[in-house]
Design a binder for this molecule. Structure first.
Ligand code: HEM
Length: 152
């Protein structure tokens, strides 16, 4: 690398690229391969296993299981798998309703949303999903909160 303007530009570019990679928690190898979050989560089989555990935990969670008293859990699991698969870059299509329409009138509270996220994190931890993948998934689902929570 030279000492002139070109060298400085190259050094600056490398520094910026490194910072971007560090801040996203990716490695050079991962980025080069361009693996989707879906692939890094382990694909369909891993996702089905996580959703299975997640819904099991929600069903056992007395803070929030009342909301799901009349829910067809098989259909819910199918919808969650397709939703997460599609949102993470997998080869699925979510065919369920929008988050706003689905949760309208349920009176989901902030605390209930927090409890559900805790159950999801517990399921991800149980299946040994890495921190970078976990954080990235939560960052995708987090913004849905405003369409789901209706009251404090
Ligand atoms: C980011 C968080 C959440 C996501 C991604 C999510 C996603 C979904 C999806 C995909 C469905 C199926 C949609 C359909 O049937 O067309 C669903 C249904 C449902 N969700 Fe959520 N949800 C979230 C948070 C919550 C929370 C916090 C509660 C309550 C504590 C909740 C309660 C329900 C219930 C009861 C149903 C079933 C509705 C029915 O039986 O028709 N959800 N959710």
């Amino acid at each position: 690398m030279g000492n002139g303007v070109v060298g400085k530009v190259i050094r600056t570019s490398v520094a910026v690229a490194s910072m971007v990679l560090l801040s996203t928690g990716s490695t050079w190898a991962e980025t080069a391969k361009g693996k989707s979050l879906y692939d890094r989560l382990g694909g369909k089989e891993a996702l089905v296993a996580v959703v299975e555990s997640f819904v099991g935990k929600v069903g056992a969670d007395t803070r929030i299981n009342g909301y799901f008293a009349n829910t067809d859990l098989t259909k819910l699991k199918m919808n969650l798998v397709n939703q997460i698969c599609e949102a993470t870059g997998g080869p699925c299509r979510y065919t369920g309703r929008s988050m706003k329409v689905t949760h309208a009138g349920m009176g989901v509270t902030n605390a209930a949303f927090g409890a559900l996220v805790e159950d999801l994190v517990a399921a991800l931890d149980q299946h040994k999903v890495g921190k970078a993948e976990k954080d990235q998934l939560l960052a995708i689902l987090g913004p849905m909160k405003s369409d789901i929570v209706e009251k404090q």
